[in-house]
Design a protein around this ligand. Structure first.
Ligand SMILES: Nc1ncnc2c1ncn2[C@@H]1O[C@H](COP(=O)(O)OP(=O)(O)OP(=O)(O)O)[C@@H](O)[C@H]1O
Length: 245
């Protein structure tokens, strides 16, 4: 679903992300961890061609599309529909004066998907949200509900890949667990590929199969999550683990 080789992203000549290899298959979850400014978000955004003003080189394939050479039209076709981005505070991206039901229907139409009650009901069911939420405005829902709604939107649009940037860091611990539970179930039941950016190693240990540790734009360590987190080989990973509460 995601295949990255020798990806380098520069802003104004400065190398901010250097990722030799990153693969996420159907039903897998890979997490990119590292402190603030290490290049995690830049890596994620570059996979959908969303890094403005950046100089990018390497090979990136997402859902079979060669992202770095694709036309804007081809990118628009995978973005949102086949590969969905879930951000830290999705409420900010939702139009404040539009009820969620209208928003969901519009998104489905925009992507040429059937905007039926059944499609919407199934997507909400998958993220354990009551249908009643469709009557609400974005400011009338909680952070956890907004996050689950963003995931429901991705599912209704038929997403095969979810790219999530700190999807639970704005949420309290119990709500975090709910959102993580939803993501885990979607992986298992629908074979969704999940690329997660997080500074939260406790979260990563509960969901990721593999981990990439980034520092100052470079991947300093990568491997199966259980191994990297149990026996980190790089001092920086050990530091991150020691910083856990
Ligand atoms: N549009 C941009 N123009 C110039 N520099 C940028 C731009 N976006 C990011 N950077 C720089 O790239 C580097 C990596 O930033 P990035 O946001 O990818 O890090 P991060 O690990 O995701 O951090 P955080 O966890 O704080 O989001 C930083 O030094 C940042 O200042």
């Amino acid at each position: 679903m995601i295949e990255v080789r020798d990806l380098q992203v520069r802003y104004g000549g400065r190398l901010v992300a250097d990722v030799p290899a990153l693969d996420v298959g159907a039903g897998e979850c890979v997490a990119i961890v590292g402190e603030s400014g290490s290049g995690k978000s830049t890596t994620l955004l570059s996979l959908l061609g969303l890094t403005e003003n950046a100089e990018i080189s390497g090979h990136v394939r997402v859902c079979g599309v060669d992202v770095l050479s694709a036309s804007q039209k081809a990118l628009r076709e995978i973005r949102g529909a086949r590969a969905a981005l879930v951000m830290q505070s999705p409420q900010a991206a939702l139009s404040p004066a539009t009820r969620l039901g209208v928003l969901l229907r519009r998104a489905l139409k925009l992507h040429g998907r059937p905007a039926t009650d059944e499609v919407m009901a199934r997507a909400l069911e998958a993220v354990v949200l009551d249908r009643e939420i469709l009557r609400r405005y974005p400011h009338e829902i909680s952070g956890g509900q907004a996050q689950r709604f963003a995931i429901a939107l991705a599912i209704a649009l038929g997403a095969e890949v979810i790219l999530a940037d700190e999807p639970t860091s704005a949420l309290d611990v119990t709500v975090q667990a709910e959102v993580v539970g939803v993501l885990r179930r979607l992986r298992a039941e629908r074979g969704l590929a999940l690329l997660l950016v997080s500074h939260d190693l406790a979260l990563v240990s509960t969901i990721a199969d593999r981990v990439l540790v980034m520092k100052d734009g470079a991947v300093v360590e990568s491997g199966p999550a259980a191994e990297v987190l149990a026996q980190p080989s790089h001092p920086y990973t050990r530091e991150l683990l020691e910083a856990l509460p």
